[in-house]
Write a protein of this length. Structure first.
Length: 227
């Protein structure tokens, strides 16, 4: 499996020959806009965790160019449909879907969600993916929550993609506890540094995770790693 980081909570996972883009937010991101050429991003699917601007900003343009299938909450499907998009898998928390990449299950996230036009953005979600190349979890924006303890019932995670920026989501300490809950020792950190509120000290974060017997991977924007 390959993981490419596009900054904030935007990344691309390549598995079973399929490309899944998550929470596209690149052109408004000062840290990413000069490092990532959006017009070159290819994807088969776009998974969106919730309606906040910092998770959907580039979804419409990328979906229109690539004709990727958007995996999102039903209410987000209604929002993007009005913008002329036609290729969706509308879902909701608790549901799962088996497609050519494997199976995706929508899981709960403790956060908020509205859309840029003021419409209700549905319950925020995380995703558990089961694939031939391994299982992974992207929590979306969330607080640490007891519900995460359910995730090992459905998966044996290779890695977990967790927010670590604090203020709007978990900080690194809560992400360590989350990794315990989901029984995973490999954390890829997201949702940090993008804005003043969520700037973190990378060395301190890595040391805390390492002391907990786990790995924190902070991928350079634009870089691809094997996971
Ligand atoms: Ni959010
Ligand atoms: Mn966010």
């Amino acid at each position: 499996m390959k993981f490419t980081y596009y900054g904030h909570s935007c990344f691309l996972i390549e598995t079973n020959g399929k490309k899944i883009l998550f929470d596209p937010f690149i052109s408004p991101n000062e840290l990413a806009k000069d490092k990532v050429d959006i017009s070159h991003i290819e994807c088969d699917y776009i998974a969106i965790s919730h309606g906040h601007f910092d998770h959907i900003a580039d979804a419409e343009s990328i979906a229109k160019r690539t004709n990727a299938t958007i995996i999102c909450a039903y209410e987000l499907y209604e929002y993007f449909s009005k913008k002329g998009l036609t290729n969706f898998r509308p879902m909701n928390v608790g549901g799962k879907w088996t497609a050519d990449f494997g199976t995706v299950k929508c899981v709960s996230a403790v956060h908020s969600s509205n859309l840029p036009d003021g419409n209700y953005g549905a319950s925020p979600m995380g995703f558990v993916f089961n694939t031939n190349e391994g299982d992974f979890y992207y929590s979306g924006d969330t607080a640490l929550t007891m519900d995460m303890q359910l995730i090992p019932r459905w998966s044996k995670l290779k890695f977990a993609i967790l927010p670590i920026g604090d203020n709007f989501t978990m900080d690194v300490d809560d992400a360590i506890a989350a990794a315990d809950f989901v029984q995973c020792n490999k954390i890829i950190g997201v949702h940090y540094d993008t804005f003043g509120f969520i700037k973190i000290d990378h060395d301190v974060a890595k040391e805390k995770v390492s002391k907990a017997g786990k790995d924190l991977i902070l991928v350079d924007i634009g870089a691809t790693i094997e996971v």
